[in-house]
Unconditional design. Structure first.
Length: 216
């Protein structure tokens, strides 16, 4: 369950739909091609942990990367949205960390296989509570940062998204029906890097909040 801050409202998370390759500098740092269509994948609800919890890196990976992302909480059923109406379906905004087993992902990509075991493992989706959407004046003008053990690793802005939130929701809802409690992750800026046992991760988004977890 996640909560809307300042209220008694809570949501049971359904699916977490993630958009990859949505910041140009991040695409370049990984040597990927600019996408002509949305790059989508899903994390199961079982991958979610909360603030203060511990990340457990699976033994089948030697390279787990952090990716800080703006999370969008869906407030009601949404199918085939238009960009003009899409934000009306957003209940709130939160802070997420999309943990990625980069070595596993790279190997799967080379074989043309799905990424799920690199993206959806247990503890792969640290997630904060959500601030009500009405309290975020412009979700496309927020500083977004990640610190590991106090060192600034990622420092960007949601203004740099290639696909803005209304477009993201339109494209996703044309493929997957979005239900109340679903979460959409909107991509990460440049600066992703490996984490290790004992690390402390602090993700922050201006006007939305912060999220701190440790690595077991």
């Amino acid at each position: 369950m996640v909560k809307l801050r300042g209220s008694d409202t809570s949501y049971r998370i359904g699916k977490v739909v993630c958009l990859g390759r949505n910041y140009a500098d991040h695409i370049r740092e990984l040597g990927n091609e600019m996408p002509s269509r949305p790059v989508l994948f899903i994390k199961p609800a079982s991958s979610i942990i909360g603030a203060g919890d511990q990340v457990v890196i699976p033994p089948y990976s030697q390279e787990c990367h952090h990716e800080v992302e703006l999370a969008v909480l869906i407030g009601r059923r949404a199918k085939d949205l238009t960009e003009s109406s899409a934000l009306q379906y957003v209940a709130g905004y939160g802070v997420a960390i999309d943990l990625t087993l980069r070595d596993v992902q790279d190997d799967l990509k080379k074989q043309g296989l799905p990424w799920e075991i690199a993206k959806g493992f247990d503890t792969a989706c640290p997630l904060s509570d959500f601030v009500p959407a009405a309290q975020v004046a412009d979700p496309q003008a927020l500083r977004i940062t990640m610190r590991v053990n106090g060192e600034l690793r990622q420092d960007g802005s949601t203004a740099l998204m290639l696909r803005r939130i209304p477009q993201i929701l339109r494209e996703i809802s044309a493929i997957f029906t979005l239900e109340e409690g679903d979460v959409v992750l909107t991509g990460t800026p440049a600066g992703v890097s490996a984490i290790a046992s004992g690390d402390r991760l602090l993700a922050e988004i201006e006007g939305v909040g912060s999220l701190e977890v440790t690595v077991a």
